[in-house]
Design a protein around this ligand. Structure first.
Ligand code: SF4
Length: 102
């Protein structure tokens, strides 16, 4: 694994320089390209966290899925579906990143 490029988490490499990348993500305003922009937000924040199928289907078609997931990891979003991943999946990814020292 090339630690300078981050670790593989299933979509893209998570960048090592979190602050730089967060600033970049904010500047690019990726949210404007979000596939969920006109969706019911309750789909992405279901009462039962197991009800994530509909949100994940929308995320699958989203052009900014990677950016969304990176943003959620870097800003420690605790609830909801972000980048096609639910909170449990993101928690595992964050743990993996911590173990890798990224
Ligand atoms: S990946 Fe999913 S939650 Fe993120 S912007 Fe796209 S549709 Fe919305």
């Amino acid at each position: 694994m090339d630690v300078n490029r981050g670790i593989e988490v299933g979509l893209e490499n998570i960048p090592r320089t979190k602050v730089d990348r967060l600033e970049e993500l904010t500047e690019t305003r990726w949210q404007e390209l979000a596939n969920c922009v006109e969706s019911d937000p309750n789909i992405f924040f279901p009462e039962n966290k197991k009800d994530d199928r509909e949100a994940k289907e929308i995320c699958k078609q989203c052009d900014v899925r990677t950016e969304c997931l990176e943003f959620s990891l870097q800003t420690n979003q605790e609830v909801g579906i972000w980048g096609g991943k639910n909170e449990d999946e993101r928690r595992r990814m964050r743990r993996q990143l911590r173990v890798s020292g990224i």
